[in-house]
Design a binder for this molecule. Structure first.
Ligand SMILES: NC(=O)c1ccc[n+]([C@@H]2O[C@H](COP(=O)([O-])OP(=O)(O)OC[C@H]3O[C@@H](n4cnc5c(N)ncnc54)[C@H](OP(=O)(O)O)[C@@H]3O)[C@@H](O)[C@H]2O)c1
Length: 254
């Protein structure tokens, strides 16, 4: 199995390593920043390329893992290849790759990836979509090399999964950051909150999140909420976020 990585960021790095670990060959890495391409190429014993003219046209799969807005510009450079061409975006329609000709699809890993954090791809759901039954068979076989959790998901379903993932992951992580900034103002250690964060994530493995909501908003403790808002007087943005989320919690249980 020969793979070419288009992009060298968080997802490209984790996918390339995962494919490499199951015996696939990463033959080339292309990335706009030549140094970034070189780093991932060195990690996977691949060739870094800087010109599209040097693209190896014999790979089985071309994995585009560039930022969403750049996929359309990259696609025409991957036209009429022997292998299939896939992007990894949750929010981007499959049609963005129509310029590549036949044999394109989506390989969306439903997980949060940072280059600096190890991820076991075998535990990551992969959402796949393809332009034809033939491409879907090929893509399914390729996806199963790195994870047993492969689901066929349409562009519309993927968009819904992606917006839900933004709430569950990106917004939660931002709220962790905001908690950290509140604590830092009072020289309190964020480590004190980590058991609470772990327990919250652990609890919803076996319970409906709606059933295990705690805190002043679900209890209707108005005085506590007013006190919290006064503690946040110096941070109007945090007050707005506090009020919006508290209102959403109250509305959920009314
Ligand atoms: N990170 C996640 O948790 C996650 C999860 C699932 C899916 N995804 C999807 O995976 C894709 C990559 O995300 P990522 O988090 O890996 O991004 P990233 O780490 O920010 O990397 C972005 C990549 O895009 C390249 N790039 C930037 N501008 C470009 C341009 N104008 N033309 C071509 N390439 C360009 C960058 O190249 P240089 O570094 O060389 O500039 C880099 O290789 C996105 O479609 C994203 O939606 C991400």
């Amino acid at each position: 199995m020969k793979i070419v990585c288009i992009g060298s960021g968080n997802v490209a790095t984790h996918m390339a390593i995962a494919f490499k670990e199951v015996g696939a060959e990463i033959i080339q890495v292309w990335s706009p920043n030549a140094q970034h391409a070189e780093i991932l190429a060195a990690l996977t014993q691949a060739e870094a390329i800087h010109n599209w003219a040097d693209l190896d046209r014999t790979a089985d799969c071309y994995v585009i893992a560039v930022r969403d807005d750049a996929i359309a510009a990259v696609a025409p450079h991957l036209a009429d290849l022997k292998g299939i061409v896939v992007h990894t975006s949750g929010a981007t329609a499959i049609d963005v790759l129509s310029a590549t000709g036949k044999g394109y699809g989506v390989l969306y890993p439903l997980q949060t990836f940072s280059k600096t954090t190890a991820i076991d791809l075998k535990k990551v759901p992969l959402c796949i979509e393809a332009d034809s039954a033939e491409t879907l068979d090929k893509l399914s076989a390729i996806a199963h090399l790195i994870s047993p959790m492969v689901s066929v998901v349409s562009t519309e379903q993927r968009s819904i999964l992606h917006v839900a993932a933004v709430f569950a992951c990106n917004f939660s992580n931002h709220l962790y950051h905001l908690s950290n900034t509140i604590l830092a103002q009072y020289q309190l250690d964020f480590a004190l909150l980590k058991p609470l964060i772990m327990e919250t994530a652990q609890k919803i493995q076996t319970s409906d999140p709606r059933a295990v909501q705690t805190g002043p908003a679900v209890r209707g403790d108005e005085k506590t909420m007013a006190k919290h808002l006064s503690l946040l007087t110096g941070s109007p943005e945090l007050q707005v976020i506090y009020e919006i989320l508290s209102k959403s919690i109250k509305n959920t249980y009314n």
